[in-house]
Structures are given as C-alpha cells and as structure tokens.
Design a protein around this ligand. Structure first.
Ligand code: OSB
Ligand code: MG
Length: 371
C-alpha cells in the first residue's frame, strides 16, 4: 500500500435534486440542489465528492459553471493517471489556481475518499476523529413565526441538539421574541448570511436579550475587520462562516477578536487539509468549531460527518437527516440522525455508495477522463 493508488478514471456529473421544501435565506430561495459530482475510479475502487457552489454566486463568488471550467480545463485531465500515496500529492495540481476553493475541494475530498478506501480505512480514522457519532441541530429557512414554531416543535420531538434560525433585516427581533416566548430553554442560534451592516449595531445589540449561542455571519462575506468592531460592541458571540476560507482567515479573525466560534465547511475551504488547519488554529485560540452544511446530498453529508468527528468540533453541527431535504438521496445508505446524533457511516472511505439507478435519473455526465 505504500506505493499508493492509481487514479485510472474520473467522471464529472451535474446533479439536480429537488428539495422537499424551498429553503429561504437572506440572499434568496433554493428549490433545487444543483451540484457537480466527481467520481474517481482506480484499482477496483470508487470514490466520490460533491461541490457546494451554487449555479449563481449568491453565497460566495464561485459558481457551478466556473467550477466545471476549472475542473475540465485544468485539473481533471492532469489528475487522471496520477498515483496517490497521500492526498497532498495533488497539491501541485491545485496550487497554481487562485481562489476557487469550492472547486478544488471537490477534487481534494474525492482523493481523500479514494486514499482511505485504498488503505481500507474509514475516513474519520485518517482524520484523527474521536467520536462514533456527531451531535447535530437543524438549520431552519425563513418562514412565518407560526411555521417556524411548528418546525422547531418537530425538531425538538426528533431530539435535535440546537435550532439555527435564518434571519434578515426585518425578519429578526419579532421572530426571536416569538420563538423565545414559546421555547425559553432551547439552544438557539441565528444566521444572517451577511444581511446586516455596522450601521445596524443598535438592532443587533438587541439580540443579546435572546440568549443566543452565537450570531452567524451578520456582516459582509469579505469582511473581517467590521466583525471585530461588532464583536466588541455586543455580548453574543459571533460565528463566522462565509468570511473564513482558510486557516489564515481564521487566525486573523481570532487575533482581531472578530469571532469566537467558526463554522467549518470542508467544501467551502478547499478540502480536508485546510479544514483541519482551521480546526487546529481554532483549538490554539480555544475557539470551538462546528461543521456547517450546504444542503448536500448524502455524498457531501458523509464527508461532513467524518470531518465533524475531530476533537474541536464541540458544538452541534448542521448535518441533520438527509430525509429532511430530499425525498430520495443519491446514496444507498440512509444518513439519519436519532436523538440529535448522526452516526458515522461505517466502512472504508466516506462509507456511502452511489445509487446509480436514481443518480442516472437526476444527473447528466459532463465528461469522462481515462488513463
Ligand atoms: O449559511 O450555513 C449557511 C444552506 C445554504 C447556504 C448557506 C447556509 C446553509 C445552511 C444549511 O444553513 C445547512 C444545512 O446543510 O442543513
Ligand atoms: Mg451560515
């Protein structure tokens, strides 16, 4: 095994999965999950990863079209035929290209899955994971107060460990007051997906009254400095999501006091290597992390679960049951939480396999490369 695993073929697909319920956040409404899926094959093994970029750049700058361009034009033709002794072997292939961390993550994550399978090891073991199941909560899209209360009741009945409410200007204080009135004791957080500005300070400060575990990404996606000013002026912890793409971003944000918690999404930051570096920087600053999500299919969900087994993932993450989002998933193994605990799928690599019968109905093959 020391000589690694040969990547004999790569298959790139675009997948289009309907969501059971439209997901509303401050930047827009999602009714479908559209994403690139990369399948790597070699030595009888099959590895897979999905991209978290959207068709249009409404969360961060990357798009599915841009990812396809980079992967087809520069990365995948060179990846196929390579032998992987360790996931960092692909660094020279990705390093020349600026940004595009979501596109790079697709390749990096599939390579980790292939490498783990070649060693016949579950991914969490190679990442240094410490738990057999991860604590999870729900992320609730924006809806009326009544609908939100119903969704919270359902999540409490299912044992989810915290509730994250999407908020935006004009959909914040009254909602929070209504929720706290009915659920005074639940672990509650909010996510503004960048909707506020420093000029909203007085309003944001009023959120201190609701005993929130943290306020996620209140200000601009590309700003850390103003988050530091905001954090100084409010009692509630800030948690950065969009603003953290790298371990350097994490170090700067923590040194500046711009954040006390970080949401790590392996698909946002360029893959497992960077996700682990961010995890370690946060641990050095005594800042807890948790694993975010992007409404992934079972493929990305499985990657996220393995990541969240690492020691400093001490707050409940967003990887709730796949059945909350999809009528049917593209993997064979159900990824379902019980009592707010999502078990790590057993088996080598990420521990899930593609359901090709359904995948063929909801995807098209973009291109295939063979050595
Ligand atoms: O900011 O965490 C976010 C979904 C789409 C885009 C951005 C975000 C989210 C979520 C969903 O909060 C989390 C999940 O996958 O359940
Ligand atoms: Mg977020």
């Amino acid at each position: 095994m020391t000589d690694g695993v040969m990547i004999e073929a790569a298959e790139l697909r675009m997948v289009h999965l309907p969501l059971l319920t439209p997901f509303v956040i401050s930047t827009g409404t999602m009714t479908h999950k559209t994403f690139p899926l990369l399948i790597l094959r070699g030595e009888g093994l099959e590895a897979v990863a999905e991209g978290v970029m959207d068709p249009l750049p409404d969360y961060l700058e990357e798009t599915t079209a841009g990812a396809l361009d980079l992967l087809r034009g520069a990365v995948l033709p060179k990846l196929v035929g390579q032998r992987i002794a360790s996931p960092s072997d692909i660094d020279p292939l990705l390093a020349p290209w600026r940004g595009n961390r979501m596109a790079k993550a697709v390749v990096e994550m599939a390579v980790w899955d292939l490498w783990a399978k070649s060693l016949d090891q579950p991914l969490h073991r190679l990442l240094g994971g410490v738990r057999p199941a991860i604590e999870v909560g729900v992320s609730l899209g924006m809806a009326s107060l009544d609908q939100t209360l119903d969704r919270i009741s359902a999540s409490q009945a299912q044992g989810y460990r915290r509730v994250k409410l999407k908020i935006a200007r004009g959909h914040d204080l009254a909602l929070l007051a209504g929720v706290r009135d009915r659920f005074p004791d639940i672990r509650l957080t909010v996510d503004a997906n960048t909707d506020y500005a420093l000029s909203d300070l007085a309003l944001i400060r009023r959120m201190d009254a609701f005993d929130l575990d943290y306020i996620e990404q209140p200000l601009a996606f590309d700003d850390i400095f103003d988050h530091a000013k905001l954090q100084q002026a409010i009692g509630t912890a800030i948690c950065l999501d969009e603003s953290i793409r790298s371990a350097r971003d994490a170090r700067v944000a923590l040194e500046l006091g711009a954040t006390r918690v970080i949401n790590i999404k392996v698909g946002r930051v360029g893959g497992f290597a960077e996700a682990r570096r961010i995890h370690d920087v946060c641990a050095a600053f005594d800042a807890p992390v948790w694993c975010g999500g992007m409404l992934e299919s079972g493929v990305g969900r499985a990657h996220n679960i393995h990541l969240a087994t690492m020691p400093n993932f001490t707050k409940p993450g967003d990887t709730s049951s796949a059945s909350r989002y999809f009528d049917r998933d593209i993997v064979n193994e159900p990824l379902e939480a019980t009592d707010g605990l999502m078990p790590v799928p057993p088996g080598p690599g990420i521990g899930v396999s593609l359901d090709y019968e359904y995948l063929d109905r909801v995807s098209e093959v973009v291109e295939v490369w063979s050595a």
